[in-house]
Design a protein around this ligand. Structure first.
Ligand code: ADP
Length: 542
């Protein structure tokens, strides 16, 4: 694509040379006529070829970039994604991808224009070397000053990009907090008039400053260039007495170079934006280390034991890194173990670290000290993904996929629709949701129903360990009873290891063990072999 662009630029410079030649030639020598038509045809063909290649390339690059970014994000550790934040990731996926693509699209045009400028420069040098040197000197001086101005502008472009990201954060508030905003006029007004307007103003100001910088730089280049033409027209005849033919040749070449030179200059802001966007994409992307881990994972044996598995956590420690050390939360050190066919309740007050414990247990967070072992094998970064495949988790803020993704291909589900129907019936939502060809008819459900649907997916996954984060909190009392007295014992009877985060103390006696967390530490545990005394153990610590 760039090659075709360069070719088109060189043909353009050739056309200029032929035109100037023709203007001063007597009649129309056949060689000049032939050269004119060949060069024009070459220029048109090369530029059309470059454009066609460009469209294919740019469409392909948007696709590739979006796909690879999505998979890079999903291959990143959860903490990294949480730290980046959803709004920042969305900005990268939408804005930055298009900025980079736009910058890439400028490249062939840049090559064409660069070739025109170089071709015209060569022509100028052929006409008069001293003229070429003064044009080159002026261009160099222009470029130097332009670089300084550009450096300043790129900082402003970075600020504009960050201001846009914070604007995106507010857009997310608008979509996620619609109900709360509709209920409160003053809150709504403050959000729009103060917060969003402030962010939009910051975006506008930095954008304006960037454009101002580039306009100034452009004006400087134009001044320099026109000054050169002025010198040529008005001063050089007094000094070197060039012929009219020479003079028109110089001016013609300079004027012919001007538009492409200007296009090159105009492309700089787009390239700068692309560069900033590219840096941001790099920042959220994976490091080389993680890429290697991913390849290692692809190579591990993904067979998982269905029963008879055991998990051991030993001295596991985890800390959220926060800007304010006073708000730092540390979980652990925690020792914990579970085998297939066991039902363990994890209890504790709000903020005691239950969900953090769950994320560590399920392999979403990596412990900063201690280890987790599956059947005696310590989990290391290359085996983390394989380890995660042993868990079906229904999170407290579960997301339900409208299509049963990744479930239709396994040998465990020869008829996905039939299996799904069976579980929809078991969870008593078959009157609300149906499934056709692996696609659920709706996911517009109440919170409790949505959790039931998430449980259907968990059943279909059929993994050795089941983890539920306050699953029953939104269920009616009758179905809560079904969950604790029927569904959980059934899972245990099927040889599953089940970990349930809960506040429902009236069902604690149904568990094999209970672990109570308080402020990130184990505050109490029921005795290993004690099933009747588990409630006592918990109540004894309040
Ligand atoms: P629980 O599930 O018991 O209510 P969590 O494990 O969700 O508690 O949270 C425990 C503590 O961890 C919180 O009080 C908070 O300080 C911290 N925490 C939780 N999530 C994050 C996060 N994404 N970033 C930083 N700190 C967090």
């Amino acid at each position: 694509m760039i090659g075709a662009g360069i070719l088109s630029g060189l043909f353009s410079a050739g056309v200029l040379a032929v035109i100037t030649r023709a203007l001063h030639a007597r009649g129309a020598p056949i060689a000049i006529v032939a050269a004119f038509f060949v060069l024009v045809a070459g220029k048109i063909a090369a530029s059309a070829g470059s454009q066609l290649l460009l469209v294919r390339f740019s469409q392909g690059s948007i696709l590739e970039l979006s796909l690879s970014l999505c998979s890079r994000i999903l291959d990143s550790p959860l903490r990294l994604i949480e730290r980046r934040g959803a709004a920042a990731i969305l900005t990268v996926l939408t804005d930055d991808v298009s900025s980079v693509t736009w910058a890439v699209q400028c490249l062939p045009q840049l090559a064409t224009n660069g070739a025109v400028v170089i071709g015209c420069g060569a022509y100028l040098a052929w006409l008069s070397f001293s003229m070429f040197l003064s044009a080159a000197g002026a261009t160099l001086l222009g470029a130097l000053v332009y670089t300084v101005l550009h450096r300043r502008a790129i900082r402003v472009i970075q600020a504009a990009r960050d201001a846009r990201a914070s604007l995106f954060e507010h857009f997310r508030t608008v979509t996620s907090g619609t109900k709360e905003l509709l209920m409160h006029r003053r809150r709504r007004a403050e959000l729009v008039e103060v917060e969003i307007r402030g962010a939009a103003d910051a975006y506008r100001t930095s954008n304006l400053a960037a454009v101002k910088g580039y306009t100034l730089a452009g004006a400087w280049i134009q001044t320099l260039y026109h000054g050169l033409i002025g010198l040529l027209l008005f001063v050089s005849p007094l000094l070197t007495h060039p012929s009219v033919e020479q003079l028109t040749g110089y001016v013609f070449a300079l004027l012919y170079m001007m538009a492409p030179l200007w296009d090159i200059i105009s492309a700089v802001p787009a390239l700068a934006r692309g560069e900033v966007a590219f840096q941001r994409i790099e920042e959220i992307g994976m490091t080389e280390d993680l890429l290697q881990q991913r390849h290692a994972v692809a190579g591990t044996d993904c067979k998982r034991p269905q029963t008879g598995a055991s998990i051991e956590m030993s001295g596991v420690l985890f800390q959220y890194e926060t800007a304010n050390p006073a708000h730092e939360f540390t979980l652990g050190p925690i020792d914990f173990h579970i085998r297939s066919g066991e039902l363990v309740f994890v209890v504790g007050g709000n903020g005691s670290g239950k969900t953090t414990f769950l994320k560590l247990l399920a392999g979403l967070y990596v412990p900063s000290a201690g280890f987790i072992a599956l059947d005696g094998n310590r989990i290391t970064p290359p085996t983390l993904e394989w380890y995660r495949e042993h868990f079906s988790v229904v999170f407290a803020d579960c997301f339900v996929f409208g299509k049963l993704l990744g479930l239709g291909l396994g040998p465990a589900s020869p008829d996905l629709d039939a299996a799904t129907h069976q579980y929809l019936r078991l969870l008593e939502i078959e009157h609300k949701v149906n499934v056709h060809g692996g696609v659920l008819t709706t996911t517009d459900l109440s919170q409790g129903q949505r959790r039931r649907l998430a449980l259907v997916t968990a059943y279909l996954e059929d993994r050795p360990f089941y983890v539920f984060d306050e699953w029953a909190a939104d269920q009616d009392p009758a179905y809560k009873e079904v969950f604790y007295t029927k569904l959980l014992p059934e899972l245990r009877a099927r040889g599953k290891g089940v970990i349930v985060i809960t506040h429902d103390d009236r069902y604690f006696h149904l568990g094999d063990r209970i672990m109570k967390l308080a402020d990130g530490r184990v505050a109490a545990r029921s005795n290993e072999d004690e099933t009747a005394g588990v409630e006592r153990a918990i109540h004894s610590v309040g």
